[in-house]
Design a binder for this molecule. Structure first.
Ligand code: CAA
Length: 255
């Protein structure tokens, strides 16, 4: 692979974006390599969580401007440019973004497709596409608005300004801010924690939380309750509750 690096430790897979000469700009090749690498891992029951990260200096400075710049509207529509990223969003394995430095444009959009976001003090988030004469194209107008609200989303998208890690945390884009050198260790620890829980409950929890962004309260609460009921068909539910009552650690088997 030319554009990413993959490491696996037990149930946690870490994907490192690796195009240092262009600040990890998200090219078509990078997207294809990322999806091809993660697709089989997403289907592997022995994988419990992904960590997505960049370098110590930059997460990703956006989609690859050089690659896009010469394309026509017909090219973009014919290729359905960026459509592939929706596959990343649809993976069922939980994923944690570990962000140092710039997460701009498509980089910020990739962050927003993750479930937890661990940001270093140096992290910078933004959707500066307006400065290029375009708009966010990997869900930025939709996900950012749902995550931080209309006022902040309009501010970022219309002015192209960036926000630092603390503003991003206050706004609801970031889960935790930690010192830069703790970003990857913190994300990896969180990933190991998530990966150790029962897969049916983890998947159900993700789907229910994300459903809150798609539906009304009554429907969402009913969906949650039905999913809660269904988890009583799993061995992990019996194991988790028995372990609590027997004052021991549970041994979840993902079934
Ligand atoms: N695409 C392609 N190349 C990029 C890039 C990008 N998104 N971002 C940076 N690079 C390249 C630069 O062209 C430069 O290459 P050269 O050395 O060959 O000149 C190299 O990376 C280093 O960049 P800078 O010299 O600009 O580094 P800097 O530290 O001075 O500035 C930065 C850093 C503020 C992040 C600046 O690089 C920048 O503004 N990048 C573009 C950010 C942006 O507009 N992102 C949105 C892209 S469009 C998009 O993402 C659409 C979407 O919704 C998916």
């Amino acid at each position: 692979m030319n554009t990413i690096k993959i490491e696996r430790h037990n149930r946690v897979v870490t994907v490192r974006l690796h195009r240092p000469h262009v600040l990890n700009a998200l090219s078509g090749e990078l997207m294809t390599e990322l999806l091809d690498a993660l697709r089989p891992l997403d289907a592997d029951p022995e994988v419990g969580c992904f960590v997505v990260t960049g370098s110590e200096k930059v997460f990703a400075a956006g989609a690859d401007i050089r690659e896009m710049s010469g394309k026509s509207a017909v090219d973009m529509a014919a290729e359905d440019y960026f459509a592939g990223w929706e596959e990343f969003a649809s993976f069922r394995t939980p994923r944690i973004a570990a962000v140092n430095g710039y997460a701009l444009g498509g980089g910020c959009e990739l962050v927003m497709m993750c479930d937890l976001v661990i940001a270093g003090e140096s992290a910078v988030f933004g959707q500066p596409e307006i400065k290029l004469g375009v708009i966010p194209g990997i869900g930025g107008t939709q996900r950012l608005t749902r995550l931080v609200g209309r006022a902040k989303a309009m501010d970022l998208i219309l002015t192209g300004r960036t926000m630092d890690a603390h503003e991003a945390e206050r706004s609801g884009l970031v889960s935790r801010v930690v010192p830069d050198d703790r970003v990857l260790p913190t994300a990896t620890e969180a990933a190991a924690t998530v990966a150790a829980y029962g897969t049916p409950a983890v998947r159900a929890a993700r789907e229910c939380v994300d459903r809150a962004l798609e539906t009304g309260l009554t429907e969402g609460t009913l969906f949650e309750r039905r999913v809660f009921h269904a988890l009583f068909a799993t061995e992990d539910q019996k194991e988790g509750m028995s372990a609590f009552l027997e004052k021991r650690e549970p041994n979840f088997r993902g079934c």
